[in-house]
Design a protein around this ligand. Structure first.
Ligand code: GDP
Ligand code: IMO
Ligand code: MG
Length: 424
């Protein structure tokens, strides 16, 4: 296998973890490059379900180096819970490495996220309330704490003298929240230092050099349409899930990336607020949610469901840098007579047709999808292992998607289990 990035091509929850898990078999190093515990990643092996938030799912394999990369944000309490859960399951976590450059989500980041969501009115984003936005805000405002700061009392003290006066003013005056004393944060950081100590890889540069000739798998979270630069801004997350994000968030530059696999469902889902042109607020949407078990892994929220949208997918191929697509959950359509695909949007105000994705999301309320309809296949495809054995209508549907997206579909997933996969 070549060095590969796994990217969500829609609004997250596309089945990235299943594809990462599949590809991890042939990788030596798996690096999570952005996001935090806002992610909810499900892997099913032999009917056993594992749920990940921040720890790379590659940890299920022995002898694979799994790195929580520099571009991620780590909420210590959530990390501890996830780690302990894996240990209780008997998973060997000794190959887990944390980048000293990763950012820390502090308690005030969670409080600010909660406050902002409760007070944003129409601007509510529907975040996971895991403090993601406020942690990245501080990172880019250059007042964030990194994992490495936990291991130098002098550095931590100097940084807190800069950060806390600013942060406390903000907490009190802007958000009406309680300030934090230096003693309190220092004590918390001492606790965090102990928690992370067995996993922090201070020799990360040597580690990356050592594995430069090995196979690297870059594990993305969220998806292209949630990317802070290219997604449905402001209804996005605060990091760069796109293929390019792997180069900034992993410690390996762009020349180390050979392939970018975009994971997409055969339909579209979204959790949280924001535009969604092909959303189905009807029985068909309910049917997709029910058959596809579309409920969030992290928050349990029902996912909004809609037909496949080739406009956003073509956009994802472009800005996500995709070299091929892994199409998941096609089995969800086994009992459907008809399957629709959106090929363009029509502006109901003036009849304008969009085949390229319109990036001003505030006009999306005026857009309606233009669909083409495909006949269903009416048989159970969940046990099929070879492309040629798929029903003709399923193959026609897949070929039409490749034509519309101008991108090959390299993997077809017909069920949640590692084994329920067709490699094309
Ligand atoms: P991720 O965040 O992209 O890793 O995806 P999630 O784990 O949040 O959601 C994907 C859900 O779909 C999980 O419950 C998976 O077990 C499940 N899943 C993945 N691929 C398939 C598939 O091909 N068919 C079906 N029926 N379920 C799938
Ligand atoms: P995985 O990796 C789906 C959504 C939230 C919200 C927006 C911003 O499992 O695909 P945040 O907490 O990041 O500030 O929330 O992004 N969101 C996700 N939606 N899957 C995810 O991760 C998501 N992570 C964040 O619902 O709309
Ligand atoms: Mg998910």
């Amino acid at each position: 296998m070549k060095n590969t990035v796994v990217v969500g091509a829609q609004w997250g929850d596309e089945g990235k973890a299943k594809i990462t898990d599949l590809l991890a078999q042939n990788a030596d190093v798996i690096i999570r490059y952005q996001g935090g515990c806002n992610a909810g990643h499900t892997v099913v092996v032999d009917n056993k379900t594992f749920k990940f938030h921040l720890i790379p799912s590659g940890i299920l394999y022995k002898n694979k180096i799994c790195i929580i990369g520099p571009g991620t944000v780590i909420h210590p309490e959530s990390f501890e819970k996830e780690l302990n859960g894996l240990i209780e399951e008997g998973i060997d976590v000794s190959n887990l490495k944390i980048s000293p450059l990763a950012s820390i989500t502090m308690p005030y980041h969670i409080e600010i996220d909660g406050y902002s969501e409760s007070n944003a009115g129409k601007g509510k984003i529907g975040t996971t309330k895991k403090g993601i936005g406020p942690t990245y805000t501080d990172k880019y405002a250059r007042i964030g704490l990194k994992i490495q700061d936990l291991y130098s009392a002098e550095t931590l003290s100097e940084k807190l003298d800069i950060i806390l006066p600013l942060k406390n003013k903000q907490l009190e005056k802007v958000y009406g929240l309680e300030p934090y004393s230096k003693e309190c944060i220092t004590a918390l950081c001492e606790k965090y230092a102990e928690l992370f100590k067995p996993y922090v890889c201070f020799e990360w540069q040597d580690l990356l050099r050592e594995h430069k000739k090995d196979t690297i798998l870059f594990e993305g979270a969220q998806g292209v349409m949630l990317d802070v630069d290219y997604g449905t801004y402001p209804f996005v997350t605060s990091s760069n899930p796109i293929g390019g994000g792997a180069a900034t968030g992993s410690g390996y530059g762009p020349r180390m990336i050979d392939e970018v696999i975009g994971v997409s469902k055969a339909y579209v889902t979204r959790v949280g607020e924001g535009p969604f042109v092909t959303e189905l607020n009807d029985e068909t949407g309910d049917k997709i949610r029910e058959i596809g078990h579309e409920f969030g892994v992290t928050t349990g929220r029902p996912r909004r469901c809609g037909w496949f949208d080739a406009v956003i997918m073509k956009y994802a191929v472009l800005v996500g840098g995709l070299t091929s697509i892994a199409l998941t959950k096609i089995d969800v359509f086994d009992s459907f007579d008809e399957i629709k695909v959106c090929t363009a949007y029509k502006d109901t105000r003036n009849g304008q047709i969009y085949t390229s994705y319109p990036t001003d999301v505030f006009i999306h309320k005026y857009l309606e999808p233009i669909y083409e309809t495909h006949a269903g296949w009416g048989v159970d495809i969940t046990k099929i292992k070879e492309y040629d054995k798929l029903p003709e209508n399923a193959k026609k549907y897949l070929e039409r998607l490749e034509e519309l997206l101008e991108c090959p579909i390299s993997i077809i997933s017909v069920g949640p289990d590692r084994e329920q996969t067709i490699i094309k």
